[in-house]
Design a protein around this ligand. Structure first.
Ligand SMILES: Cc1cc2nc3c(=O)[nH]c(=O)nc-3n(C[C@H](O)[C@H](O)[C@H](O)COP(=O)(O)O)c2cc1C
Ligand code: SF4
Length: 591
Protein backbone atom coordinates (compact mmCIF):
# COMPACT_ATOMS: atom_id res chain seq x y z
CA UNK A 1 0.00 0.00 0.00
CA UNK A 2 2.71 2.40 1.06
CA UNK A 3 4.72 1.74 -2.07
CA UNK A 4 1.67 2.12 -4.29
CA UNK A 5 0.61 5.41 -2.77
CA UNK A 6 4.17 6.68 -2.89
CA UNK A 7 4.36 6.12 -6.63
CA UNK A 8 1.54 8.57 -7.21
CA UNK A 9 3.74 11.60 -7.37
CA UNK A 10 7.38 11.88 -8.19
CA UNK A 11 8.56 13.79 -5.15
CA UNK A 12 6.58 11.71 -2.70
CA UNK A 13 7.83 8.59 -4.44
CA UNK A 14 11.42 9.75 -4.00
CA UNK A 15 10.93 10.54 -0.36
CA UNK A 16 9.61 7.09 0.42
CA UNK A 17 12.08 5.39 -1.86
CA UNK A 18 15.07 7.01 -0.21
CA UNK A 19 13.69 6.62 3.27
CA UNK A 20 12.10 3.24 3.35
CA UNK A 21 11.57 1.15 0.31
CA UNK A 22 14.62 0.71 -1.87
CA UNK A 23 17.18 0.36 0.83
CA UNK A 24 15.39 -2.39 2.73
CA UNK A 25 15.43 -5.26 0.17
CA UNK A 26 18.43 -7.41 0.94
CA UNK A 27 18.31 -6.53 4.62
CA UNK A 28 18.60 -10.14 5.70
CA UNK A 29 22.05 -10.39 4.17
CA UNK A 30 23.08 -7.02 5.54
CA UNK A 31 22.00 -7.48 9.12
CA UNK A 32 23.84 -9.43 11.76
CA UNK A 33 22.61 -10.21 15.24
CA UNK A 34 23.51 -7.38 17.58
CA UNK A 35 25.21 -8.10 20.86
CA UNK A 36 25.03 -5.90 23.92
CA UNK A 37 28.63 -4.79 23.32
CA UNK A 38 27.56 -3.30 19.97
CA UNK A 39 25.42 -0.82 21.84
CA UNK A 40 28.62 0.67 23.23
CA UNK A 41 28.91 2.51 19.91
CA UNK A 42 25.95 4.62 20.99
CA UNK A 43 27.05 5.36 24.55
CA UNK A 44 28.45 8.62 25.80
CA UNK A 45 27.19 12.05 24.81
CA UNK A 46 28.46 11.68 21.26
CA UNK A 47 26.85 8.25 20.80
CA UNK A 48 23.54 9.41 22.25
CA UNK A 49 23.49 12.42 19.92
CA UNK A 50 24.02 10.18 16.92
CA UNK A 51 21.23 7.83 17.93
CA UNK A 52 18.98 10.68 19.05
CA UNK A 53 16.07 10.01 16.71
CA UNK A 54 15.48 6.31 17.54
CA UNK A 55 16.18 7.11 21.19
CA UNK A 56 13.53 9.83 21.32
CA UNK A 57 11.16 7.52 19.45
CA UNK A 58 11.84 4.73 21.98
CA UNK A 59 11.19 7.08 24.91
CA UNK A 60 8.01 8.33 23.26
CA UNK A 61 6.82 4.74 22.65
CA UNK A 62 7.39 3.86 26.31
CA UNK A 63 5.54 7.05 27.30
CA UNK A 64 2.58 6.22 25.04
CA UNK A 65 2.31 2.71 26.47
CA UNK A 66 2.57 4.10 29.99
CA UNK A 67 -0.31 6.48 29.27
CA UNK A 68 -2.56 3.71 27.94
CA UNK A 69 -4.87 4.07 30.98
CA UNK A 70 -5.86 7.56 29.76
CA UNK A 71 -7.81 6.46 26.66
CA UNK A 72 -7.05 5.05 23.18
CA UNK A 73 -5.24 8.05 21.65
CA UNK A 74 -1.86 6.60 22.74
CA UNK A 75 -2.23 4.01 19.99
CA UNK A 76 -2.03 6.74 17.38
CA UNK A 77 1.23 8.02 18.89
CA UNK A 78 2.60 4.50 18.94
CA UNK A 79 1.81 4.02 15.25
CA UNK A 80 4.23 6.86 14.50
CA UNK A 81 6.94 6.25 17.09
CA UNK A 82 7.33 2.45 16.96
CA UNK A 83 8.34 2.19 13.25
CA UNK A 84 11.10 4.74 13.94
CA UNK A 85 12.41 2.53 16.74
CA UNK A 86 12.34 -0.53 14.47
CA UNK A 87 14.05 1.39 11.68
CA UNK A 88 16.66 2.64 14.16
CA UNK A 89 17.42 -0.93 15.30
CA UNK A 90 17.66 -2.07 11.70
CA UNK A 91 20.04 0.79 10.89
CA UNK A 92 22.26 -0.08 13.85
CA UNK A 93 22.47 -3.73 12.77
CA UNK A 94 22.92 -3.32 9.01
CA UNK A 95 26.49 -3.40 7.70
CA UNK A 96 26.22 -1.93 4.23
CA UNK A 97 25.97 1.82 4.84
CA UNK A 98 28.51 3.44 7.17
CA UNK A 99 26.68 6.70 7.79
CA UNK A 100 23.44 4.97 8.63
CA UNK A 101 25.16 2.57 10.99
CA UNK A 102 26.72 5.53 12.79
CA UNK A 103 23.66 7.78 12.58
CA UNK A 104 20.62 5.47 12.68
CA UNK A 105 17.56 7.00 11.00
CA UNK A 106 19.21 10.47 10.86
CA UNK A 107 21.66 9.20 8.21
CA UNK A 108 18.70 8.55 5.93
CA UNK A 109 18.06 12.27 5.69
CA UNK A 110 21.16 12.40 3.50
CA UNK A 111 19.52 10.08 0.97
CA UNK A 112 16.38 12.08 1.20
CA UNK A 113 18.14 15.32 0.33
CA UNK A 114 20.12 13.61 -2.44
CA UNK A 115 16.86 12.55 -4.03
CA UNK A 116 15.22 15.91 -3.50
CA UNK A 117 18.31 17.76 -4.74
CA UNK A 118 17.20 18.11 -8.41
CA UNK A 119 13.83 19.51 -7.34
CA UNK A 120 15.24 21.88 -4.72
CA UNK A 121 17.84 23.09 -7.19
CA UNK A 122 15.46 23.50 -10.11
CA UNK A 123 12.67 25.22 -8.23
CA UNK A 124 14.49 27.18 -5.54
CA UNK A 125 18.26 27.49 -5.89
CA UNK A 126 19.00 27.60 -9.64
CA UNK A 127 19.74 30.98 -11.27
CA UNK A 128 18.21 31.82 -14.65
CA UNK A 129 21.37 30.97 -16.59
CA UNK A 130 22.53 28.13 -14.42
CA UNK A 131 20.51 24.96 -15.03
CA UNK A 132 22.19 22.01 -16.70
CA UNK A 133 22.13 20.72 -19.35
CA UNK A 134 19.61 23.44 -20.24
CA UNK A 135 19.42 26.66 -18.25
CA UNK A 136 16.15 27.81 -16.77
CA UNK A 137 16.19 30.64 -19.32
CA UNK A 138 16.47 28.15 -22.21
CA UNK A 139 13.63 26.01 -20.89
CA UNK A 140 11.47 29.07 -20.25
CA UNK A 141 12.00 30.18 -23.84
CA UNK A 142 10.86 26.82 -25.24
CA UNK A 143 7.87 26.68 -22.88
CA UNK A 144 6.82 30.23 -23.83
CA UNK A 145 7.10 29.49 -27.56
CA UNK A 146 5.24 26.21 -27.30
CA UNK A 147 2.43 27.85 -25.34
CA UNK A 148 2.40 30.81 -27.72
CA UNK A 149 2.77 33.11 -24.72
CA UNK A 150 5.13 36.08 -24.75
CA UNK A 151 8.72 35.08 -25.51
CA UNK A 152 10.09 38.63 -25.33
CA UNK A 153 12.62 39.65 -22.69
CA UNK A 154 12.44 42.91 -20.75
CA UNK A 155 15.16 45.35 -19.74
CA UNK A 156 18.12 43.99 -21.74
CA UNK A 157 20.37 40.93 -21.82
CA UNK A 158 21.40 39.23 -18.60
CA UNK A 159 24.35 37.54 -20.30
CA UNK A 160 27.86 38.74 -19.52
CA UNK A 161 28.88 40.13 -22.91
CA UNK A 162 32.49 40.43 -21.71
CA UNK A 163 32.79 36.76 -20.83
CA UNK A 164 35.08 34.50 -22.82
CA UNK A 165 32.26 32.29 -24.11
CA UNK A 166 30.09 35.12 -25.43
CA UNK A 167 29.29 35.12 -29.12
CA UNK A 168 26.99 37.13 -31.33
CA UNK A 169 25.64 37.46 -34.84
CA UNK A 170 26.35 40.58 -36.87
CA UNK A 171 23.54 42.71 -38.28
CA UNK A 172 23.18 45.20 -41.09
CA UNK A 173 22.39 48.91 -41.27
CA UNK A 174 20.03 47.89 -44.08
CA UNK A 175 17.91 45.08 -42.60
CA UNK A 176 16.10 42.69 -44.95
CA UNK A 177 12.48 43.60 -45.48
CA UNK A 178 10.96 40.23 -46.28
CA UNK A 179 12.82 37.35 -44.69
CA UNK A 180 11.59 33.87 -45.60
CA UNK A 181 9.33 32.89 -42.66
CA UNK A 182 9.19 29.21 -43.58
CA UNK A 183 12.61 28.51 -45.07
CA UNK A 184 13.09 25.09 -46.67
CA UNK A 185 16.03 23.18 -48.03
CA UNK A 186 16.00 20.72 -50.90
CA UNK A 187 17.73 17.43 -49.99
CA UNK A 188 18.78 14.87 -52.58
CA UNK A 189 21.95 14.44 -54.61
CA UNK A 190 21.73 13.99 -58.38
CA UNK A 191 21.58 10.21 -57.68
CA UNK A 192 18.31 10.51 -55.82
CA UNK A 193 15.05 10.48 -57.74
CA UNK A 194 12.75 11.58 -54.90
CA UNK A 195 14.34 14.61 -53.24
CA UNK A 196 12.76 15.98 -50.09
CA UNK A 197 12.10 19.59 -49.21
CA UNK A 198 12.81 19.90 -45.48
CA UNK A 199 12.24 22.63 -42.95
CA UNK A 200 15.46 24.13 -41.58
CA UNK A 201 14.45 22.97 -38.09
CA UNK A 202 13.30 19.41 -37.32
CA UNK A 203 12.93 16.79 -34.61
CA UNK A 204 16.14 14.83 -34.02
CA UNK A 205 16.24 11.04 -33.68
CA UNK A 206 14.59 9.59 -30.57
CA UNK A 207 13.31 6.03 -30.69
CA UNK A 208 10.08 4.42 -29.58
CA UNK A 209 11.31 2.58 -26.51
CA UNK A 210 13.36 5.50 -25.28
CA UNK A 211 10.18 7.57 -25.79
CA UNK A 212 6.66 6.57 -24.85
CA UNK A 213 3.93 5.94 -27.40
CA UNK A 214 2.23 9.19 -26.34
CA UNK A 215 5.43 11.21 -26.83
CA UNK A 216 6.06 9.69 -30.26
CA UNK A 217 2.50 10.52 -31.25
CA UNK A 218 2.71 14.09 -29.94
CA UNK A 219 5.98 14.77 -31.77
CA UNK A 220 4.65 13.33 -35.00
CA UNK A 221 1.44 15.29 -34.69
CA UNK A 222 3.53 18.44 -34.19
CA UNK A 223 5.55 17.61 -37.30
CA UNK A 224 2.36 17.08 -39.25
CA UNK A 225 0.81 20.39 -38.16
CA UNK A 226 4.01 22.39 -38.65
CA UNK A 227 5.27 20.70 -41.85
CA UNK A 228 8.67 19.64 -40.55
CA UNK A 229 10.19 16.20 -40.13
CA UNK A 230 10.31 13.76 -37.29
CA UNK A 231 13.31 11.39 -37.10
CA UNK A 232 12.21 7.95 -35.86
CA UNK A 233 15.42 7.19 -33.97
CA UNK A 234 16.90 3.74 -34.31
CA UNK A 235 14.00 1.89 -32.68
CA UNK A 236 12.04 1.40 -35.91
CA UNK A 237 8.76 2.77 -37.23
CA UNK A 238 5.90 2.14 -34.81
CA UNK A 239 2.20 2.64 -35.43
CA UNK A 240 2.47 5.77 -33.29
CA UNK A 241 4.84 7.27 -35.86
CA UNK A 242 2.27 6.64 -38.56
CA UNK A 243 -0.93 7.75 -36.87
CA UNK A 244 -0.74 11.49 -37.56
CA UNK A 245 0.99 11.53 -40.93
CA UNK A 246 3.96 13.77 -40.07
CA UNK A 247 7.00 13.40 -42.36
CA UNK A 248 9.41 10.73 -41.15
CA UNK A 249 13.13 10.25 -41.50
CA UNK A 250 13.73 6.57 -40.82
CA UNK A 251 16.92 6.07 -38.86
CA UNK A 252 18.70 2.72 -39.21
CA UNK A 253 21.22 1.95 -36.49
CA UNK A 254 23.51 -1.03 -36.00
CA UNK A 255 20.57 -3.09 -34.65
CA UNK A 256 18.66 -2.66 -37.97
CA UNK A 257 15.45 -2.47 -35.96
CA UNK A 258 12.40 -2.89 -38.14
CA UNK A 259 14.49 -4.31 -41.01
CA UNK A 260 16.49 -7.16 -39.49
CA UNK A 261 16.55 -10.90 -39.89
CA UNK A 262 16.61 -13.32 -36.98
CA UNK A 263 20.37 -12.98 -36.56
CA UNK A 264 20.08 -9.20 -36.37
CA UNK A 265 21.46 -8.53 -39.85
CA UNK A 266 19.98 -6.10 -42.40
CA UNK A 267 16.99 -7.56 -44.25
CA UNK A 268 16.47 -5.83 -47.63
CA UNK A 269 12.89 -7.07 -48.08
CA UNK A 270 11.69 -5.80 -44.72
CA UNK A 271 13.52 -2.53 -45.39
CA UNK A 272 11.87 -2.08 -48.80
CA UNK A 273 8.43 -2.72 -47.38
CA UNK A 274 8.73 0.07 -44.81
CA UNK A 275 10.95 2.53 -46.69
CA UNK A 276 8.53 2.74 -49.60
CA UNK A 277 5.74 4.09 -47.40
CA UNK A 278 4.92 7.61 -48.51
CA UNK A 279 5.34 9.03 -45.01
CA UNK A 280 9.03 8.01 -44.98
CA UNK A 281 10.82 10.86 -46.73
CA UNK A 282 14.46 10.02 -46.10
CA UNK A 283 16.66 7.29 -44.60
CA UNK A 284 19.47 7.99 -42.15
CA UNK A 285 22.23 5.49 -41.36
CA UNK A 286 23.26 6.11 -37.78
CA UNK A 287 26.99 5.72 -37.26
CA UNK A 288 27.21 7.42 -33.88
CA UNK A 289 25.60 10.03 -31.66
CA UNK A 290 27.32 12.73 -29.62
CA UNK A 291 26.15 11.64 -26.20
CA UNK A 292 27.61 8.13 -26.49
CA UNK A 293 29.83 7.75 -29.55
CA UNK A 294 31.07 4.24 -30.24
CA UNK A 295 28.59 2.77 -27.81
CA UNK A 296 25.76 0.51 -28.83
CA UNK A 297 22.79 0.34 -26.58
CA UNK A 298 20.71 -2.07 -24.59
CA UNK A 299 16.98 -1.93 -24.06
CA UNK A 300 16.57 -4.18 -21.01
CA UNK A 301 14.24 -7.18 -21.31
CA UNK A 302 11.70 -5.59 -18.94
CA UNK A 303 11.21 -2.71 -21.37
CA UNK A 304 10.82 -4.90 -24.45
CA UNK A 305 7.04 -4.89 -24.49
CA UNK A 306 5.03 -6.66 -27.16
CA UNK A 307 4.60 -3.43 -29.13
CA UNK A 308 8.28 -2.47 -28.95
CA UNK A 309 9.26 -6.01 -29.94
CA UNK A 310 6.90 -5.90 -32.93
CA UNK A 311 8.24 -2.54 -34.06
CA UNK A 312 11.87 -3.56 -33.73
CA UNK A 313 11.35 -7.13 -34.97
CA UNK A 314 12.97 -8.63 -31.89
CA UNK A 315 11.70 -11.23 -29.39
CA UNK A 316 9.40 -9.99 -26.61
CA UNK A 317 10.87 -9.78 -23.10
CA UNK A 318 14.50 -10.36 -24.09
CA UNK A 319 17.36 -7.85 -23.87
CA UNK A 320 17.45 -5.85 -27.10
CA UNK A 321 21.01 -5.02 -28.10
CA UNK A 322 22.32 -2.43 -30.56
CA UNK A 323 25.87 -3.52 -31.35
CA UNK A 324 28.63 -0.91 -31.33
CA UNK A 325 29.18 -1.14 -35.07
CA UNK A 326 27.35 -2.09 -38.27
CA UNK A 327 27.42 -5.62 -39.67
CA UNK A 328 26.31 -4.45 -43.14
CA UNK A 329 29.61 -2.76 -43.99
CA UNK A 330 33.19 -2.56 -42.78
CA UNK A 331 34.81 0.05 -45.04
CA UNK A 332 33.87 3.52 -46.35
CA UNK A 333 33.26 2.13 -49.84
CA UNK A 334 31.05 -0.66 -48.47
CA UNK A 335 29.12 1.93 -46.46
CA UNK A 336 28.40 3.90 -49.63
CA UNK A 337 27.36 0.73 -51.46
CA UNK A 338 24.98 0.02 -48.57
CA UNK A 339 23.60 3.57 -48.84
CA UNK A 340 23.16 3.18 -52.59
CA UNK A 341 21.34 -0.13 -52.08
CA UNK A 342 19.03 1.56 -49.58
CA UNK A 343 18.35 4.38 -52.03
CA UNK A 344 17.30 1.81 -54.63
CA UNK A 345 15.21 -0.20 -52.18
CA UNK A 346 13.42 2.95 -50.99
CA UNK A 347 12.61 3.88 -54.57
CA UNK A 348 15.06 6.76 -54.83
CA UNK A 349 14.67 8.53 -51.49
CA UNK A 350 17.58 10.51 -50.02
CA UNK A 351 19.93 8.41 -47.88
CA UNK A 352 22.44 9.96 -45.51
CA UNK A 353 24.53 9.30 -42.42
CA UNK A 354 24.50 10.67 -38.89
CA UNK A 355 27.70 10.82 -36.89
CA UNK A 356 29.53 12.56 -34.12
CA UNK A 357 32.99 13.35 -35.45
CA UNK A 358 35.76 11.25 -33.91
CA UNK A 359 38.86 10.33 -35.92
CA UNK A 360 39.16 13.01 -38.60
CA UNK A 361 40.82 10.70 -41.15
CA UNK A 362 37.61 8.60 -41.15
CA UNK A 363 35.57 11.62 -42.26
CA UNK A 364 38.16 12.21 -44.99
CA UNK A 365 37.96 8.51 -45.91
CA UNK A 366 34.21 8.86 -46.54
CA UNK A 367 34.98 11.79 -48.88
CA UNK A 368 37.62 9.75 -50.70
CA UNK A 369 35.17 6.85 -51.00
CA UNK A 370 32.59 9.17 -52.62
CA UNK A 371 35.23 10.43 -55.03
CA UNK A 372 36.47 6.91 -55.80
CA UNK A 373 33.09 5.22 -56.35
CA UNK A 374 31.05 8.17 -57.56
CA UNK A 375 28.36 7.07 -55.07
CA UNK A 376 27.08 10.10 -53.16
CA UNK A 377 25.49 10.39 -49.77
CA UNK A 378 22.53 12.71 -49.96
CA UNK A 379 23.21 14.24 -46.57
CA UNK A 380 25.40 14.10 -43.49
CA UNK A 381 24.06 14.98 -40.03
CA UNK A 382 26.75 16.06 -37.58
CA UNK A 383 25.84 15.49 -33.95
CA UNK A 384 27.80 17.28 -31.24
CA UNK A 385 29.19 15.79 -28.02
CA UNK A 386 26.80 18.09 -26.16
CA UNK A 387 23.83 16.16 -27.60
CA UNK A 388 21.32 14.31 -25.47
CA UNK A 389 20.39 10.68 -24.94
CA UNK A 390 18.01 8.58 -22.88
CA UNK A 391 20.93 6.96 -21.06
CA UNK A 392 24.71 6.80 -21.57
CA UNK A 393 27.89 6.05 -19.64
CA UNK A 394 29.08 9.32 -18.08
CA UNK A 395 32.59 9.05 -19.48
CA UNK A 396 31.24 8.82 -23.03
CA UNK A 397 28.82 11.71 -22.50
CA UNK A 398 31.39 13.96 -20.87
CA UNK A 399 34.67 13.11 -22.54
CA UNK A 400 34.27 11.31 -25.88
CA UNK A 401 33.31 12.89 -29.21
CA UNK A 402 33.76 16.25 -30.84
CA UNK A 403 31.51 19.16 -29.84
CA UNK A 404 29.14 20.38 -32.52
CA UNK A 405 30.92 23.51 -33.71
CA UNK A 406 34.27 21.79 -34.24
CA UNK A 407 32.64 18.68 -35.76
CA UNK A 408 30.54 20.74 -38.13
CA UNK A 409 33.58 22.70 -39.31
CA UNK A 410 35.50 19.45 -39.95
CA UNK A 411 32.70 17.95 -42.07
CA UNK A 412 32.01 21.27 -43.81
CA UNK A 413 35.72 21.54 -44.68
CA UNK A 414 35.88 17.91 -45.80
CA UNK A 415 32.92 18.39 -48.16
CA UNK A 416 34.05 21.77 -49.48
CA UNK A 417 37.69 20.70 -49.74
CA UNK A 418 36.74 17.53 -51.64
CA UNK A 419 34.52 19.48 -54.04
CA UNK A 420 31.37 17.68 -52.85
CA UNK A 421 29.57 20.43 -50.96
CA UNK A 422 27.19 21.31 -53.78
CA UNK A 423 25.92 17.72 -53.94
CA UNK A 424 25.82 16.60 -50.31
CA UNK A 425 23.64 18.41 -47.76
CA UNK A 426 24.84 19.04 -44.22
CA UNK A 427 22.81 19.16 -41.00
CA UNK A 428 23.65 19.83 -37.36
CA UNK A 429 22.33 18.77 -33.96
CA UNK A 430 23.52 19.25 -30.41
CA UNK A 431 21.77 21.33 -27.78
CA UNK A 432 20.10 23.64 -30.26
CA UNK A 433 16.96 25.23 -28.82
CA UNK A 434 16.72 28.74 -30.24
CA UNK A 435 16.94 30.64 -33.51
CA UNK A 436 20.37 31.94 -32.48
CA UNK A 437 21.64 28.33 -32.29
CA UNK A 438 20.12 27.48 -35.67
CA UNK A 439 21.56 30.66 -37.22
CA UNK A 440 25.06 29.96 -35.91
CA UNK A 441 25.08 26.42 -37.32
CA UNK A 442 23.75 27.63 -40.66
CA UNK A 443 26.43 30.34 -40.71
CA UNK A 444 29.11 27.70 -40.13
CA UNK A 445 27.81 25.72 -43.08
CA UNK A 446 24.84 23.55 -42.11
CA UNK A 447 21.77 23.48 -44.34
CA UNK A 448 19.40 22.66 -41.51
CA UNK A 449 19.32 21.81 -37.80
CA UNK A 450 17.67 19.17 -35.65
CA UNK A 451 16.79 19.30 -31.97
CA UNK A 452 15.78 16.48 -29.65
CA UNK A 453 15.51 17.69 -26.07
CA UNK A 454 14.16 21.11 -27.03
CA UNK A 455 11.21 19.37 -28.68
CA UNK A 456 10.80 17.28 -25.52
CA UNK A 457 10.54 20.54 -23.52
CA UNK A 458 7.88 21.68 -25.95
CA UNK A 459 5.74 18.63 -25.11
CA UNK A 460 6.17 19.05 -21.37
CA UNK A 461 9.61 17.70 -20.30
CA UNK A 462 10.73 19.38 -17.08
CA UNK A 463 14.38 18.22 -17.17
CA UNK A 464 13.87 15.87 -14.23
CA UNK A 465 16.60 13.69 -15.81
CA UNK A 466 14.98 10.39 -14.92
CA UNK A 467 14.71 9.26 -18.55
CA UNK A 468 16.63 6.03 -17.84
CA UNK A 469 14.56 4.99 -14.81
CA UNK A 470 11.16 4.44 -16.40
CA UNK A 471 9.65 6.95 -13.95
CA UNK A 472 9.56 10.05 -16.16
CA UNK A 473 7.10 12.35 -14.39
CA UNK A 474 5.75 13.76 -17.66
CA UNK A 475 5.10 10.45 -19.41
CA UNK A 476 7.65 11.18 -22.15
CA UNK A 477 10.35 8.57 -21.50
CA UNK A 478 8.40 5.87 -19.71
CA UNK A 479 6.46 2.85 -20.91
CA UNK A 480 4.16 3.07 -17.86
CA UNK A 481 0.69 3.88 -19.26
CA UNK A 482 -0.34 5.51 -15.98
CA UNK A 483 2.43 8.05 -16.33
CA UNK A 484 1.61 8.62 -20.00
CA UNK A 485 -1.90 9.60 -18.95
CA UNK A 486 -0.78 13.18 -18.31
CA UNK A 487 0.49 13.63 -21.86
CA UNK A 488 -2.47 14.58 -24.04
CA UNK A 489 -1.35 14.03 -27.62
CA UNK A 490 -3.49 16.72 -29.28
CA UNK A 491 -2.45 19.41 -26.82
CA UNK A 492 1.25 18.55 -26.76
CA UNK A 493 1.39 17.99 -30.53
CA UNK A 494 0.10 21.52 -31.07
CA UNK A 495 2.73 22.78 -28.60
CA UNK A 496 5.53 21.10 -30.57
CA UNK A 497 4.22 22.78 -33.72
CA UNK A 498 4.00 26.16 -31.94
CA UNK A 499 7.59 25.86 -30.74
CA UNK A 500 8.76 25.12 -34.26
CA UNK A 501 6.76 27.99 -35.79
CA UNK A 502 7.85 30.58 -33.21
CA UNK A 503 11.50 29.49 -33.52
CA UNK A 504 11.28 30.04 -37.27
CA UNK A 505 9.71 33.47 -36.66
CA UNK A 506 12.67 34.35 -34.44
CA UNK A 507 15.05 32.98 -37.09
CA UNK A 508 13.41 35.23 -39.68
CA UNK A 509 14.09 38.21 -37.37
CA UNK A 510 17.76 37.24 -37.07
CA UNK A 511 18.05 36.78 -40.84
CA UNK A 512 16.33 40.12 -41.52
CA UNK A 513 18.61 41.87 -39.02
CA UNK A 514 21.60 40.58 -40.99
CA UNK A 515 20.12 42.14 -44.15
CA UNK A 516 19.35 38.73 -45.67
CA UNK A 517 16.32 36.83 -46.91
CA UNK A 518 17.04 33.12 -46.31
CA UNK A 519 19.01 31.67 -43.39
CA UNK A 520 21.04 29.70 -45.92
CA UNK A 521 22.71 33.01 -46.86
CA UNK A 522 24.36 33.28 -43.42
CA UNK A 523 28.14 32.99 -43.60
CA UNK A 524 30.90 32.28 -41.06
CA UNK A 525 31.82 35.97 -40.88
CA UNK A 526 28.34 36.71 -39.49
CA UNK A 527 29.31 34.97 -36.22
CA UNK A 528 31.66 36.62 -33.75
CA UNK A 529 33.27 34.93 -30.77
CA UNK A 530 34.97 36.62 -27.87
CA UNK A 531 38.33 34.92 -27.57
CA UNK A 532 39.70 36.92 -24.65
CA UNK A 533 38.72 39.86 -22.47
CA UNK A 534 39.93 42.34 -25.08
CA UNK A 535 39.62 40.49 -28.37
CA UNK A 536 36.79 39.09 -30.43
CA UNK A 537 36.96 37.63 -33.93
CA UNK A 538 34.62 36.36 -36.64
CA UNK A 539 34.72 32.57 -36.51
CA UNK A 540 36.42 32.26 -39.90
CA UNK A 541 39.45 33.96 -38.32
CA UNK A 542 39.42 31.56 -35.39
CA UNK A 543 38.94 28.33 -37.32
CA UNK A 544 40.15 27.71 -40.85
CA UNK A 545 37.39 27.40 -43.44
CA UNK A 546 38.73 25.70 -46.57
CA UNK A 547 38.02 27.09 -50.04
CA UNK A 548 36.45 24.86 -52.74
CA UNK A 549 38.55 21.83 -53.79
CA UNK A 550 41.42 22.66 -51.42
CA UNK A 551 41.87 19.02 -50.43
CA UNK A 552 42.01 17.98 -54.07
CA UNK A 553 44.32 20.73 -55.30
CA UNK A 554 46.52 21.82 -52.42
CA UNK A 555 45.97 19.33 -49.57
CA UNK A 556 49.40 19.95 -48.07
CA UNK A 557 48.54 23.62 -47.56
CA UNK A 558 45.53 22.78 -45.40
CA UNK A 559 45.50 21.89 -41.70
CA UNK A 560 43.99 18.56 -42.74
CA UNK A 561 46.99 17.41 -44.82
CA UNK A 562 47.96 14.67 -42.38
CA UNK A 563 44.44 13.25 -42.09
CA UNK A 564 43.83 13.50 -45.83
CA UNK A 565 46.96 11.43 -46.44
CA UNK A 566 45.84 8.93 -43.79
CA UNK A 567 42.35 8.57 -45.28
CA UNK A 568 41.67 5.39 -47.22
CA UNK A 569 38.48 4.81 -49.18
CA UNK A 570 38.80 1.09 -48.52
CA UNK A 571 39.39 1.15 -44.79
CA UNK A 572 38.45 3.11 -41.71
CA UNK A 573 41.99 2.42 -40.47
CA UNK A 574 44.59 5.11 -41.22
CA UNK A 575 46.68 4.41 -44.31
CA UNK A 576 49.76 5.98 -42.73
CA UNK A 577 51.01 6.09 -39.18
CA UNK A 578 49.16 9.02 -37.60
CA UNK A 579 51.14 9.31 -34.40
CA UNK A 580 53.51 12.22 -34.07
CA UNK A 581 54.74 10.74 -30.81
CA UNK A 582 54.35 7.08 -30.04
CA UNK A 583 54.11 5.39 -26.64
CA UNK A 584 56.37 2.38 -26.91
CA UNK A 585 55.97 0.74 -23.51
CA UNK A 586 54.03 -2.55 -23.87
CA UNK A 587 51.01 -1.51 -21.80
CA UNK A 588 48.71 -4.33 -22.77
CA UNK A 589 51.01 -7.28 -22.00
CA UNK A 590 50.52 -9.47 -18.95
CA UNK A 591 53.38 -9.20 -16.45
C1 LIG B 1 15.54 10.54 -25.18
C2 LIG B 1 16.50 10.58 -26.31
C3 LIG B 1 16.59 9.50 -27.17
C4 LIG B 1 17.47 9.53 -28.25
N1 LIG B 1 17.51 8.47 -29.12
C5 LIG B 1 18.33 8.56 -30.21
C6 LIG B 1 18.29 7.55 -31.21
O1 LIG B 1 17.53 6.58 -31.16
N2 LIG B 1 19.13 7.70 -32.26
C7 LIG B 1 19.98 8.76 -32.40
O2 LIG B 1 20.69 8.85 -33.38
N3 LIG B 1 20.00 9.74 -31.49
C8 LIG B 1 19.19 9.66 -30.40
N4 LIG B 1 19.19 10.68 -29.50
C9 LIG B 1 20.10 11.81 -29.72
C10 LIG B 1 19.46 12.94 -30.53
O3 LIG B 1 18.85 12.51 -31.69
C11 LIG B 1 20.49 13.99 -30.94
O4 LIG B 1 21.52 13.39 -31.64
C12 LIG B 1 21.08 14.73 -29.80
O5 LIG B 1 20.31 14.63 -28.67
C13 LIG B 1 21.17 16.18 -30.13
O6 LIG B 1 19.98 16.76 -29.90
P1 LIG B 1 19.67 17.66 -28.59
O7 LIG B 1 21.00 18.10 -28.09
O8 LIG B 1 18.85 18.71 -29.24
O9 LIG B 1 18.96 16.84 -27.62
C14 LIG B 1 18.32 10.66 -28.43
C15 LIG B 1 18.22 11.76 -27.56
C16 LIG B 1 17.32 11.73 -26.51
C17 LIG B 1 17.23 12.93 -25.62
S1 SF4 C 1 10.75 15.01 -17.72
FE1 SF4 C 1 12.67 14.22 -16.97
S2 SF4 C 1 12.57 12.03 -17.25
FE2 SF4 C 1 10.97 12.92 -18.50
S3 SF4 C 1 11.92 13.20 -20.50
FE3 SF4 C 1 12.21 15.10 -19.39
S4 SF4 C 1 14.23 14.86 -18.46
FE4 SF4 C 1 13.58 12.81 -19.06
Amino acid sequence: MLALAAKRTCVVHDVFKSFLIVKIPGWRGDCVPMSISDFQAYTGLNGLKRALIPLVAACASIGFVALSWAGTWWLIGLVFSLPVVVLGLYDMRQRRWTIIRNYPVAGRLRWLFYDLRPYLRAYIVEGDEEGKPYSYEARRLVYARSERSSDTHPFGTELDVDSADYNWLTHSIAPGEQPDRKPRVEIGSPQCSRPYSASVFNISAMSFGALSAAAVEALNKGASIGDFYHDTGEGGISRYHLKHGGDLVWEIGSGYFGCRDEEGHFDPDLFREQAQQDQVKMVEIKLSQGAKPGHGGLLPAAKVTREIAETRKVPVGEDCLSPRGHSAFATPVEMLEFAAAMRDLSDGKPVGIKLCVGHIHEVMAVMKAMLKTGILLDFIVVDGAEGGTGAAPLELSNHVGMPLKEGLIVVRNALVGAGLRDKVRLAASGKIYSAAGVAECLAIGADWCNAARAFLFSIGCIQAQRCHTGTCPTGITTQDPRRQYGLVVDVQGQRAANFHAKTLDALADVVAAAGLTHPGELQPHHVYHRVSANQSLPIDRIWQFLPDNALLEVPEETPYAHWWRAADADSFQPAIQLDRVRNTAPRNQPE
